[in-house]
Design a protein around this ligand. Sequence first.
Ligand SMILES: *Cc1c(COP(=O)(O)O)cnc(C)c1O
Length: 423
Amino acid sequence: MDKFIYLDNAATTKTSPTVVEAMLPYFSEYYGNASGIYGIGVKSREAVNRSREIIASTIGARPEEIYFTAGGTESDNWALKAAAEMFCSFRADNTEAGLLHGSNAENSAGLGHSDQKQIKNHLITTKIEHHAILHTCEYLEKAGIEVTYLNVDENGLVRLEELEQAIRPETFLISVMFANNEVGSLQPIREIGEIAKKYGILFHTDAVQAYGQLPIDVEELHIDLMSASAHKLNGPKGVGFLYIRRNLRIRSFMHGGAQERHRRAGTENVPGIVGFGQAAKEAAETMETRAAYETRLRDYLIDRVLKEIPYTRLNGHRTRRLPNNANFSFQFVEGETLLIMLDMEGICGSSGSACTSGSLDPSHVLLALGLPEDIAHGSLRLTLSAETTKEELDITVEKIKQIVERLRVMSPQYEDFRKRLPE
Ligand SMILES: *Cc1c(COP(=O)(O)O)cnc(C)c1O
């Protein structure tokens, strides 16, 4: 493949060569099942536990609070569905018998079948969550859970007053993402955690974009449940974790063997988990310098684009955003066309989230920020990495400039707009 400029690190990242190197022996040498009692099984188990310890230490958690999953999507599904099951009558076998004597009877403690007051059926999230959260919420709504989707302000930030007003006696969970994957906005997680704690409500955060990029301490931030995924921090795809605060009676999600302390059945993805541990370690070690470097480049990119391309806006907060995220809307330009033309120049960007491209609906995140549909359609997300260079950004800005100009010349809306401009 020809040389290309990769600016879609929010969609996924390159697996770091040292991560691949750490993983390799667990394919071909130490391939034992981590449940095995023989040597190579023990090797696998030890490696899994080492990764668990590394990851726990990066977020101020205990190793036994880390549960490995198959990625961010699974962690999000688990957190929401299992929390719902913990507090209300929603469950797969939604019968009285199920409530009283379900196989997870220990986890329905507090449900107190006869004590209806304990049943809680309301959760609060935001309009700008990843689809792994939003579609899970829609599923839960069909099962009778009530969901409040909080608005965000024009910068993509949750308003704390609105959150507090949304709380009801039946609210069992607040789920607010740490950092948004499209516009990079960083939520007031500490304040949200404090509100959740004050009202005795569980707090989950989808930290898939934030973990490895920003310092996170689950104790300081009062986080009860947290999702993360390895492939967003130069680790392998298909492995993630859910942090579950100790003593939380969240039931298992996958039923089967006794892996992950009976809470997540299935033979451990040992190479993936080893790779995740290595990626987490590298991310923690380089976090500060990487964030400073990426922030500098990000600001350079934002300044140039806003200064040199007219009728352009930056989406998301100017400074309170992920170090590597820039998201623009170009008026009179169709985002998909811009992306295709950038691709022909060897530049990889995105129009929003990887999951929404291919659909013609404008991004739900940009609409929640209050952008009109036509402007939301003309958006471009560029997400940098530690390997991104200023030269690459210079080429990118020049190409965007040329393409936007060309597309505008062809746009009837732009022509109308120009005609109405005072001479
Ligand atoms: C990528 C992403 C996910 C999904 O994670 P996968 O590991 O790809 O399933 C969830 N939430 C956010 C915010 C993401 O950016």
